[in-house]
Design a protein around this ligand. Structure first.
Ligand SMILES: [Zn+2]
Length: 423
């Protein structure tokens, strides 16, 4: 009888422990302090526990007695904000301790991390900038910072322009534009400098901008053109509206995205150009920012904006580099056909499209007027011509300004010389 009782007690003990072991939450909450080196107002800790969180506390610089606590009330996850707004700038250690809701054996976890607290926005001086510019045209700016700043950019609404900086990171030069589609009232070129802690400084560049009207053009598209181009560009037969739109819209969007990614990825050194850009010979055809309406059988089927200038000379004429630079792209690219892109430094790029022949490849250093290929009608081109475009960062601008020696000298080179003067 006694043995049976003992057995029952043993079974009850084992069963009870097993029940406790299974029902108990053995897992401590997970805790992650934000992984950055610099902060400017608070540190965020994300805490979670699948069975619910209890008390979460934090303290600074090892002062456990001065800890601040909140109760997460059994929440599965909690975002703790450690407010540092009243703490002096400098290095601080933040420690967080989180417990779960287990009533008897609460599990806890702790984590400490050091941060450099910096609440002071970067200082910056707008040293010089182009004053007179026009819609669709370019400009330059030189900004100095007493401390090393690596995150400096220029914005015009949605458009972004990048700077080149000296080795110390204290002098910064950028070319920028009044993009053709930005209305006069919306043109506010802004230099934005952000430090490692996230503090930002903004400088508004004051320019006097002249408005410009851009040409409208109507293009009648023959079915034979679509038929010929769809074989070349899409590798299929077709002469209808849908085939045209597949090239003129879908492909155009993809090609422009590709160009932007190539330009964005290019390292771009300090300016390599010397004097005005060389203009390839030939008659001017389509202009920069010309608005095109496309008709098929007298019915409107599409509208697009032309980002470059078209120059028509002799068929298969030699095409020369506009200025010194480095070839960063030489490939067949949809509507642009055989297309060469050159980086001239200072985030200034030129494009040569519809070529019949390309004589350069990425990495080739070219000098002004060096032949890079021959004109043609590859891509979305009816006849043999050169499509020439110039980009500042990844924004197309009016090419003719860069053919003008006086303009380039006073609007861009003077600013660059200021940037270089203090070196
Ligand atoms: Zn063109």
């Amino acid at each position: 009888m006694k043995k049976i009782l003992l057995l029952i007690i043993i079974i009850a003990l084992i069963g009870g422990s097993a029940f406790l072991a299974l029902s108990r939450d053995w897992q401590a909450p997970t805790l992650n302090l934000i992984e950055v080196t610099h902060v400017n107002k608070n540190v965020i800790a994300t805490v979670s526990d699948n069975r619910g969180l209890g008390e979460i506390c934090y303290y600074l610089d090892g002062k456990v007695d001065g800890q601040t606590c909140v109760n997460a009330d059994g929440a599965a996850s909690y975002e703790l904000v450690v407010d540092l707004s009243s703490v002096d700038d400098g290095e601080h250690e933040v420690c967080v301790v989180a417990t779960d809701t287990n009533s008897y054996f609460a599990n806890s976890v702790s984590q400490c991390q050091s941060y450099l607290l910096d609440k002071v926005p970067p200082k910056a001086v707008l040293e010089s900038a182009t004053r007179y510019m026009q819609r669709g045209g370019g400009a330059a700016v030189f900004v100095s910072t007493p401390e090393r700043e690596t995150n400096i950019r220029l914005t015009v609404g949605e458009y972004q322009f990048r700077f080149i900086s000296n080795a110390e990171g204290t002098r910064h030069f950028a070319t920028f534009a009044h993009p053709h589609d930005v209305e006069m009232a919306d043109f506010k070129p802004m230099v934005v400098i952000e430090d490692l802690a996230g503090n930002t400084r903004r400088l508004l560049i004051e320019t006097v901008t002249k408005d410009r009207k851009f040409k409208n053009d109507i293009l009648n598209i023959p079915h034979s053109f679509i038929e010929r181009k769809s074989l070349e560009m899409l590798n299929k037969e077709g002469s209808d509206k849908e085939t045209f739109l597949e090239m003129n819209e879908t492909m155009r969007v993809a090609n422009r995205a590709k160009i932007k990614s190539v330009l964005d990825a290019s390292p771009s050194s300090e300016p390599l150009w010397e004097g005005a850009c060389y203009r390839n010979a030939g008659a001017p055809k389509a202009q920069y920012a010309e608005h095109r309406t496309y008709l098929l059988d007298k019915v409107e089927i599409d509208q697009q904006t032309h980002y470059g200038v078209d120059i028509a000379g002799l068929a298969k004429m030699p095409i020369r580099a506009a200025n010194n630079g480095v070839v960063i792209f030489a490939e067949y690219l949809g509507i642009y056909g055989n297309c060469v892109l050159i980086d001239h430094g200072g985030r200034v790029f030129t494009m040569y499209a519809h070529l019949s022949q390309m004589d350069v490849s990425p990495g080739t250093h070219v000098t002004k007027q060096q032949p890079i290929g021959r004109s043609g009608n590859t891509g979305m081109a009816g006849g043999d011509h050169l499509h020439y475009a110039i980009y500042l960062s990844a924004v197309p601008v009016k090419p003719s300004e860069w053919f003008d020696r006086a303009w380039l000298k006073t609007r861009i080179d003077y600013i660059y010389n200021d940037f270089k003067a203090g070196e």
